[in-house]
Design a protein around this ligand. Structure first.
Ligand SMILES: NC(=O)c1ccc[n+]([C@@H]2O[C@H](COP(=O)([O-])OP(=O)(O)OC[C@H]3O[C@@H](n4cnc5c(N)ncnc54)[C@H](OP(=O)(O)O)[C@@H]3O)[C@@H](O)[C@H]2O)c1
Length: 216
């Protein structure tokens, strides 16, 4: 598949770039925000395009033209305020869906957050507005015609991945290495058992491919 990656310069995004660069099944177009980031990718042999989630749907659609699948792993991050949470995590995500629809892409994979679908599980904390943004972006995907997969990881860690996860909505562990989130996303691309599913993940004991093949 021709995969369009939004958030390619991010911490999870960089792992996905590496995995897709080595993939024989998929061809990557990496979306980034700056010339410098794009040049670095191009220098390492990756097809890169510059676009911004705060730009127009048309700009995003132009960048996506010719792709078969979109992966969204961008995020406004913890250092910005609720304005960017709305503009990037919510509206940026929804604009990317509109752009994908516009150019006829029907596969969409969203990196969401653990139990973003379940308001009652959200703690009173500064990240609550972020959970709201993820919640409504996910609802737009579920209401769309995409063959979607929503992946909801817990706290992301910069530890080496283990290649093993746990799937479910009542997991005791609370975190997962970014590398394992990236592997899960890449494994989900053409795993039809993940289509039309919202999958919550943490570190675990089941090999990623097996976990995705058997997820309900
Ligand atoms: N942190 C957690 O514990 C946690 C938990 C669950 C889920 N998540 C989600 O997991 C995903 C990956 O997280 P991460 O740690 O890899 O995030 P990250 O390192 O902060 O990367 C986010 C990427 O989004 C890009 N971005 C921000 N605003 C943008 C815009 N307007 N247009 C285009 N790109 C934009 C950034 O670009 P620049 O590089 O140019 O800044 C960056 O590369 C995110 O969706 C996040 O919300 C995070």
């Amino acid at each position: 598949m021709k995969v369009f990656l939004i958030g390619s310069n991010g911490q999870v995004g960089k792992h996905i770039v590496k995995l897709l660069q080595d993939s024989e099944k998929h061809e990557l177009t990496a979306m980034v925000r700056s010339e410098e980031q794009a040049q670095q990718l191009i220098d390492s042999g990756v097809n890169a395009v510059i676009a911004d989630l705060e730009g127009s749907v048309d700009e995003l659609a132009d960048a996506m033209q010719g792709s078969d699948a979109v992966i969204f792993t961008a995020g406004s991050g913890g250092k910005t305020g609720p304005d960017k949470t709305l503009l990037v995590d919510l509206d940026g995500a929804v604009k990317s869906m509109e752009a994908a629809e516009k150019v006829g892409i029907n596969r969409y994979i969203m990196v969401s957050a653990y139990k973003a679908y379940d308001r009652e599980s959200w703690k009173e904390s500064p990240i609550k507005p972020y959970m709201v943004a993820k919640h409504y972006a996910d609802r737009m995907i579920v209401a769309s015609n995409f063959e979607y997969t929503i992946i909801g990881p817990g706290l992301l860690l910069n530890e080496p991945g283990t290649g093993k996860i746990e799937v479910g909505d009542n997991i005791q562990k609370t975190s997962i290495p970014r590398e394992d989130v990236a592997r899960t996303v890449v494994a989900a691309i053409d795993e039809e058992n993940t289509y039309q599913k919202t999958i919550e993940i943490m570190s675990g004991d089941t090999p990623i491919e097996d976990a995705l093949k058997t997820v309900k």
